[in-house]
Write a protein that binds this ligand. Structure first.
Ligand code: PMP
Length: 356
């Protein structure tokens, strides 16, 4: 068996020890003679997985006691709808930063339920706070700390006064420590830094629970799910279990401080190389670049196809950029080993030498 370096934006690489453990206990979970996939979500075995996963996530992220943690269906996209349905009434105003494709999807969905005010807009730099147009009466302020497609990242938490700050952390959750107490609600689809696709994590401050609209679908109501321990209906047990293994792996790595150190080093190497070369280019202002998703273009785009073919043959997979922006993108989440980034840089050097 040989494993490749997979730079996909998601579903993305998972830590190998996690997959080995899942494989080893796939048919017989802890001597029960059953797979975790075959067990009742209400049984004592799965309850243990659910409880431990929440405790581990709370420890990793330092989640304060006045926040609830939910493991839900529907990915991050379902929360695009759940957020306005839980926090607004028709006619209310909500504030959204628009820093790229995912911000835009979130705000377009919110427009179906509330009046959306755009605070600031830019896709290659984080707009200066002096230009922000926050509204006085917004029910919340939403932003996308890391734009997975554009590779643009907020490296400081925006100061939005006393309004609940809501963050789509799909592509940066667990990549570095954050101060959860600064947020009203955080959400993330799993398939980058949490586990396989099929689950989303919601971390929501208690005072924001219990205000859903009358017509909010039951499963989108955070109160229903918080009261039911995320089990109002059958949860996605297997992705939840895999997430629990990823949390244990992260703890064993030394937690988020340690993983952040590695992540920053990986990203810096790659950006340093791109900046030093006149063959490759990244369009994002250096201080606002993502440490998880590194888009880059080739000076001669007619070489894109060859680059993708040859990198693929070299075991460096899924480097094609998103169709909205073209070029290349290397997603280097927690599970991408540093050797993967080293191998990519080496390949890029060699490619530039050959075709430059
Ligand atoms: N937000 C961001 C920032 C993302 O990167 C993605 C997925 N790439 C999504 C939302 C959508 O996630 P899901 O497919 O889990 O709904």
């Amino acid at each position: 068996m040989s494993r490749v370096f997979n730079f996909s934006a998601g579903p993305a690489m998972l830590p190998e020890p996690v997959m080995r453990q899942a494989q080893a206990e796939f048919l017989d979970w802890h001597g029960t003679g059953m797979s975790i996939m075959e067990m009742s979500h209400r049984g004592k075995e799965f309850s243990q997985v659910a409880e431990e996963s929440e405790a581990d996530l709370r420890q990793l992220m330092g989640i304060p006691d006045n926040y609830r943690v939910l493991f839900l269906h529907g990915g991050a996209t379902m929360q695009f709808s759940a957020i306005p349905l839980n926090l607004t009434r028709p006619g209310d105003t909500v504030d959204y930063f628009n820093t790229g494709a995912w911000s835009k999807k979130a705000l377009n969905e919110a427009k179906r339920y509330a009046n959306v005010n755009i605070v600031a807009e830019h896709t290659t730099e984080i707009p200066d706070p002096s230009t922000w147009r926050l509204s006085d009466n917004a029910k919340y302020v939403h932003y996308t700390p890391n734009e997975t497609i554009g590779g643009l990242q907020f490296h400081t938490i925006p100061d939005v006064g006393d309004k609940p700050l809501i963050a789509d952390m799909s592509s940066c959750i667990l990549s570095e420590p954050i101060d959860v107490s600064k947020f009203g609600m955080i959400y993330a689809g799993a398939q980058k830094n949490i586990g396989p696709a099929g689950i989303a994590i919601v971390i929501v401050r208690e005072d924001l629970i219990g205000h859903a609209r009358e017509d909010c679908p039951r499963l989108l109501d955070w109160k229903v799910q918080a009261d039911a321990g995320s089990m109002d209906n059958t949860p996605a047990t297997f992705p939840w279990y895999m997430a629990s293994l990823v949390f244990k792996w992260l703890k064993a790595q030394g937690g988020l401080e340690k993983i952040a150190e590695i992540n920053r080093r990986k990203a810096k190497k790659l950006y340093d190389y791109i900046d030093a070369s006149d063959f490759y280019h990244n369009p994002v202002r250096p201080e606002d670049r993502s440490i998880m998703n590194v888009p880059f273009t080739l000076a001669d785009s007619s070489l894109d196809k060859v680059f993708l073919q040859e990198s693929d043959q070299a075991g460096l997979k899924n480097l094609k950029g998103h169709r909205l922006v073209g070029g290349m993108r290397a997603s280097i989440y927690n599970a991408m080993p540093e050797e993967g980034v080293d191998a990519l840089i080496e390949f890029m050097q060699e490619f530039a030498r050959k075709y430059g």
